[in-house]
Design a protein around this ligand. Structure first.
Ligand code: SAM
Length: 456
């Protein structure tokens, strides 16, 4: 939770009653640098659709051409003050033109705005669909009930700030990542370009007296701020309305400024929006999963470590000259040497053969397979060891050992006392995939209740 602290009207980092066409006059007050805005996040007026009731407003009462010309004027000034790694996010919607002769055309406002921004020097890089969930319950002529808006990403340079890891998701992956942990980054899954975020309910601000008709949801703004800026960076909204963009950016420790032509919104921002958003407790860099992010990363790495020997043995089974087949494989995590990998593990293949030459040959073959795809894709530094049966107790000593049978490396059995493991291995016999034994515990496959109780 952050304390609002008062802002004075001479403070640049606030919402100003100001015409966006005169943005330079405001931004030039930042004396030290011309290019200082890292992310501009804004939902401009939608052409002539809405009357905001202020003299000098852009959109309402203007021709569509004049509207786009004014927007280009604003974008040019934004571009001038944007850093080389900066972005412009436009949140906009289409609308059906009013009046005139039939048929009434659909106005492609988002893409006309993108063209105006491109004329100002930006490059269109992505389109996100913001699914709003709550919509007006009617359709309109030849138009279906409108349930989404466009979120356009434009950038100034070729390499904008784009902090995808902050938005990675861990939910709804389970079925796939359990079986194929190597296909999912332990950091999480990249979000798709369809975002389902409800629009704020009428009355969800303070005592419900907020006067603005279309405040953006804080969660939408939060994602854009996290993606395209770092703490300390400057976030701008030239059509700030209620000022949600500024408040969320400040909450995430960015410096925020903006302008708005309707005086009432500027007053409401200081009195209601800013204090209320700063008082929320989600102003962190974490994604929506909070600390669950780390836990899931840990789980994916464990799953990768346990599956790796299975993948190696499947590849070994196809070698023209088969290796002596192991009785079991022990997976022991160890500290990583750092670098690109997600973790490190000793993989001890326990062979029944007593031939040192055969043990050496098996080790070399497994090392070669570990260096090749698909094993190399696991991102695990694998130290391959080949041990004899007699060495098994020493390798496992002092550890609680779980068993993973028949290649089901997401379902732990045990822990087993070491003396019972001998019976366990004997029972497993010469299975295609020998048991994987490890102090790592993973159990993410649904299983009968009694088996879970046994584990406890
Ligand atoms: C779609 S709304 C923005 C809503 C805002 N994103 C929010 O979360 O509340 C567009 C805003 O642009 C403002 N506006 C219109 N013409 C303007 C101008 N020339 N300069 C600054 N603001 C203007 C309108 O008053 C309106 O509040």
């Amino acid at each position: 939770m952050r304390s609002p602290g008062a802002k004075s009207s001479t403070d640049l980092w606030t919402l100003h009653k100001h015409d966006a066409r005169e943005l330079n006059a405001l931004l030039r007050r930042h004396a030290s640098r011309t290019e200082f805005v890292t992310a501009t996040i804004t939902s401009p007026p939608y052409g002539g659709l809405k009357d905001y009731g202020a003299a000098g407003q852009i959109g309402f009462g203007q021709s569509y051409e004049d509207y786009l010309r004014d927007m280009e004027t604003v974008f040019r000034q934004v571009h001038e003050h944007t850093t080389a790694d900066g972005s412009l996010w436009l949140i906009a919607d289409t609308y059906v033109a009013d009046g005139g002769t039939a048929p009434r055309p659909l106005m492609p406002v988002p893409f006309d705005l993108a063209k105006a921004a491109e004329a100002a020097g930006f490059t269109l890089r992505d389109v996100i669909i913001w699914q709003k969930d709550r919509t007006l319950p009617w359709s309109n002529g030849t138009r279906l009930r409108n349930a989404f808006e466009y979120v356009l990403l434009l950038t100034k340079g070729p390499e904008p700030k784009y902090r995808l890891d902050r938005l990675r998701e861990h939910s709804s992956l389970k079925e796939w990542w359990v079986r194929f942990p190597e296909r999912y980054s332990p950091k999480g899954k990249a979000p798709s370009n369809v975002w389902s975020i409800p629009i704020p309910l009428q009355g969800s601000w303070g005592n419900g007296e907020l006067d603005h008709s279309c405040p953006l949801p804080a969660e939408l703004v939060r994602r854009l701020v996290l993606l395209s800026s770092d703490p300390g960076d400057v976030v701008l909204d030239p059509f700030a309305g209620s000022g949600v963009v500024l408040a969320v950016a400040e909450h995430l420790e960015r410096q925020a400024l903006g302008c708005e032509i309707v005086e009432r919104h500027v007053e409401e921002f200081e009195r209601m929006i800013r204090p209320e958003i700063l008082a929320r407790d989600n102003g962190s860099e974490e994604n929506g999963n909070g600390s669950g992010n780390g836990a899931s990363a840990e789980l994916l790495i464990k799953l990768r470590m346990l599956k790796l020997p299975v993948v190696l043995l499947r590849a070994a089974a196809k070698l023209p000259r088969p290796i002596s087949w192991p009785l079991a494989v022990v997976v022991l995590p160890k500290p990583s040497a750092g670098g690109e990998s997600y973790g490190a593990a000793r993989l001890c293949f326990c062979l029944t053969t007593k031939s040192a030459a055969e043990q050496r040959r098996a080790r070399r073959a497994l090392q070669e397979l570990a260096a090749r795809s698909p094993a190399s894709k696991f991102g695990i530094e694998a130290e391959i060891e080949v041990i004899g049966e007699a060495e098994l107790p020493r390798v496992m000593s002092g550890r609680r050992i779980y068993a993973y049978r028949n290649g089901a490396t997401s379902r732990a059995q045990g822990p087993f006392p070491h003396r019972e493991l001998a019976d366990e291995l004997a029972a497993a016999g010469e299975k295609a995939i020998p048991p994987v034994l490890s102090p790592l515990f993973v159990d993410v496959t649904p299983r009968p209740e009694e088996a879970i109780a046994k584990r406890r």
